[in-house]
Design a binder for this molecule. Sequence first.
Ligand SMILES: [Zn+2]
Length: 173
Amino acid sequence: MNALKYLAGYPLHLQARVRELIGQGRLGATLAEKYGQPHTVRNDGQLYHYVHALKHQHLRKSAPLGKVVYDAKLQVMKHALGTHTTVSRVQGSRLKASREIRIASVFRDAPAEFLKMIVVHELAHLKEAEHNKSFYQLCTHIEPDYHQLEFDVRLYLTHLETEQRQCLPPPQF
Ligand SMILES: [Zn+2]
């Protein structure tokens, strides 16, 4: 049995339910039913505007954003699916901290809600570095459905990996 690496932190009964859906070949269809809407954030310029708009709405006072890009090389698991780094630059005599957000490029083709979840996660890190209680409070303040979306993003990534492993389509009944 394959370990569900994206779901390791979740209760076993949920993991069992996911294995059941995978076994029945229904995980992809279940997600597609719930999240049918693609998004139009296709390139780095559009991503920058998308992230800025959300930040302007919810986190106006936090540190200004630097670069915002899709990153094809980003290992999805490395830092909860995206990364946020603080790049310090010396400008004259002042040190200016600039925040950079990289989003794994798998989210370019993901449903709209999943891109939002990962962007909310990275924006929340502008205020909270750790994955602590106030971090998740901030995430759910920006996106009330955050926890469900994070779980479903993990299902989606599990689904993509399962597809890649299968050379043949499942039998049709
Ligand atoms: Zn994080």
